[in-house]
Design a binder for this molecule. Sequence first.
Ligand code: MG
Length: 303
Amino acid sequence: MQRRHFLQYSLTAAGTIALAGRAFAAPTKPGVLKLCSQESRLPGASLKEKVANLEKWGCAGLELGGDPASRIAEVKEALKGTNIRISALCWGASKGDLVSMDLDKRKAGIAALKQALDTAGELESTGVIFVPCFNKQSELAPAELDKILWDILPALGDHATKAGTRVLLEPLNKGETFYLNRIEQAAAICRKIDNPGICLMGDFYHMAKEETSDAAAFTAGFRWLHHVHLASRVRWLPGQDKLKEPEQPERSFVDGLRALHQLGYQDYCSLECGVAKGTDPWVAIPAAFDFLRAQWAEAIKPA
Ligand code: MG
């Protein structure tokens, strides 16, 4: 069976979404577009100013890098009285320590991720983004990495749930990792672990390189999908591809956003990207949010 066909989904008359022979319950409410940005992407002299700008630009969330354990008071103060909430912590791989064959390194990596989960819980974050390993961080074969994750993720999932948050597995393109490249691969791990604290996310930049269809990918992983990263094909702000490659079509988000709407996605879509050289972030970032809102309007337009 061809993969494209295997992953095709459709809204059926019965109000369920059929995928590969399984049926997902239809969403109780339609998906929403909650725009968000990584802190490091934003201009502004202080966290408070960045949060105020996000609010002015009609956003709902802020994504923080690493484990901001030492900044909890600063973050809470910056959010106070605003509509902005913490979406996710972009934590990463800790050099692949969690899947290291050096058990001391693995133990330290697990402890560090647990600490980040505690911080995420304290900040009411959707989750902590975890990449098992980047390229060159592990010599193990994918099947061996699977076994390590099956071993370590149940306890991490329990820790996340107790903290009120989640581990979010992030698939990356092959230029960044040989291991998890597509949402369906992360979904297979989530399905195997079957723990509410072990979920996944999607990144439109990596998806453009690795997925056959944004809609099919989101559908395959939707049961566990709790965060989305936004970037253009060249990893600039959405809508800026033409500034680098004027002859190529602009990366479209419409199919993916339509799926998020139909599936009932309620979490954040966050900028993780560069800004085109020569463009002013104070102008280009709100323009990118406007571009995304226009793509969303196109996506949810009745057929
Ligand atoms: Mg990403």
